[in-house]
Design a protein around this ligand. Structure first.
Ligand SMILES: O=C(O)C1=C[C@@H](OP(=O)(O)O)[C@@H](O)[C@H](O)C1
Ligand SMILES: C=C(OP(=O)(O)O)C(=O)O
Length: 440
């Protein structure tokens, strides 16, 4: 298992991971970049298929550390998972559901979707299921969902990883504080059709972040035949009932498109992402507006989303509460912008793969930048950057943010680029292919 740091500290580089010299662009990029499937859609689709009443398929599913951990977890719980057409574009899964079985241990890695979505499924098992993950996973917030499982009838020892879940779970009504992560709500809803009483989840506390991800959960549950009521703010109801077997095709990962599209803006070039969905619940769709606000021409064409840089990057004042996954790329762009930027509404990303607010400020400043942490985000002012090591704290989006900065700043070395395997194992190769002849 990989080692992790909880927060940026001025200690030595971990010494195990070699640094990756980030290519610097020598001219405008002109590329089409096909992104593999969305992590969020893949992991929901696999889980819903495992809970369905008959076999189903998930096409073009993401193959990455987080997706592989979800597949392995469902397999341990008794689901038959057969891959085919495994390649760069993804994998097609045939999924044959079986009764959920206990007596197993599950590795969640550092995947929020595995640590929050699988325990409610484990509460349906015929025996105990234990969970653990990477060292930093033990620090990610879990308390709300684990106490919710207890109120709904399950037995759970502990309020963070490692813990063990024992069913049976009955379901019913529960009040939780989901301000640390929308995944607390999504996790409860995804398995709830299989609880004897379904579930009513009521949120009480500061606003829930990443709401598009809950909309994605509700949408995919409805597609699977579940009856879901989300008509009241901060309340979600899932009726008990069967989930239909389905044939799902996964959309490209729009959040992972962020660094590639940012490259067009920085280099004054053009990047097209094929198969950009005309309608989607992925929060990454907001990139269209964000990149336009930062100075790009953005057009949704039949062949995909096309982003063209028009010379220069503009600073931005933006609340990313709903699309906090985009913060590292937007912060990297802000560090290269010609005016000041403010990112707000993302206090909860201190509980992501690392404390992303602290990590981004530390790494931008290490290269000579001017980034300041606020309680709920970052203030970044223009200042020339110079080369150096960009540390990544086992965080895939810190690694891609380092690559973005490196496009404009010679001599940036990204620590442990392999951490991008969490959601995009071919990142470094795709980045080089995109740059094809326009980098040194
Ligand atoms: O449900 C999901 O698939 C996700 C929800 C969000 O989590 P938070 O609500 O913790 O931000 C997002 O940041 C994460 O990458 C994926
Ligand atoms: C926050 C993220 O991941 P996770 O699903 O592990 O929460 C992310 O991918 O930006």
């Amino acid at each position: 298992m990989a080692s992790a740091q909880s927060a940026p500290r001025d200690d030595k580089l971990n010494g195990t991971a070699p640094c990756w010299p980030a290519p610097t662009a020598t001219g405008p990029i002109d590329a089409s970049v096909r992104l593999p499937g969305s992590k969020s859609v893949t992991n929901r689709a696999l889980l819903l298929a495992a809970l369905a009443e008959a076999p189903g398929t998930v096409r073009l599913a993401l193959r990455s550390r987080d997706a592989d951990l979800m597949a392995a977890a469902l397999r341990s719980l008794g689901t038959e998972m057969t891959p085919s057409n495994d390649g760069d574009a993804g994998v097609d899964w045939l999924i044959v559901p079986h009764p959920i079985r206990g007596g197993v241990s599950i590795d969640v890695g550092l995947a929020g979707t595995v640590m929050r979505f699988v325990p409610p499924v484990a509460a349906l098992a015929d025996g105990p299921v234990s969970f653990d993950g990477d060292p930093h996973a033990r620090k990610r917030p879990m308390g709300s969902i684990l106490s919710a499982l207890r109120s709904l009838g399950a037995t759970v020892d502990g309020d963070a990883l490692p813990f063990t879940v024992r069913g049976p779970i009955i379901g019913g009504e529960v009040v939780i504080d989901a301000s640390a992560s929308s995944q607390m709500v999504s996790g409860l809803l995804l398995a709830a059709a299989r609880f004897e009483k379904g579930v009513t989840v009521r949120h009480s506390g500061p606003p829930v972040p990443s709401m598009p991800h809950i909309a994605m959960t509700v949408h995919m549950l409805r597609q699977a035949g579940a009856e879901v009521d989300d008509s009241e703010a901060d309340v979600w109801r899932v009726q008990p009932g069967p989930l239909r077997a389905r044939h799902v095709t996964v959309e490209p990962d729009l959040s992972n498109a962020a660094p590639f599209l940012a490259a067009a803006l920085i280099t004054g070039g053009t990047v097209t992402v094929p198969d950009w969905p005309a309608e989607t619940t992925q929060g990454g769709d907001r990139l269209r507006g964000l990149l336009a606000d930062m100075g790009a021409d953005v057009t949704l064409l039949p062949e995909g989303l096309r982003v063209t840089g028009t010379g220069g990057v503009r600073g931005i004042d933006v609340d990313l509460h709903d699309e906090s996954e985009l913060t590292p790329t937007i912060a990297a762009l802000a560090a290269l912008a010609d005016g000041p930027s403010r990112i707000s509404g993302v206090a909860h990303i201190r509980g992501h793969e690392t404390d992303r607010i602290a990590a981004l400020a530390t790494e931008i400043n290490r290269l000579g930048g001017d980034a300041r942490e606020t309680d709920d985000g970052l203030e970044i002012r223009p200042r020339p950057l110079s080369g150096g090591v960009f540390r990544t704290y086992e965080d895939h989006r810190m690694a891609t943010a380092g690559a973005v900065v490196g496009l404009a700043v010679p001599g940036v070395e990204v620590e442990n680029i392999a951490t991008t395997a969490k959601t995009l194992p071919r990142f470094a190769q795709m980045w080089t292919e995109m740059l094809d002849g326009t980098a040194q």
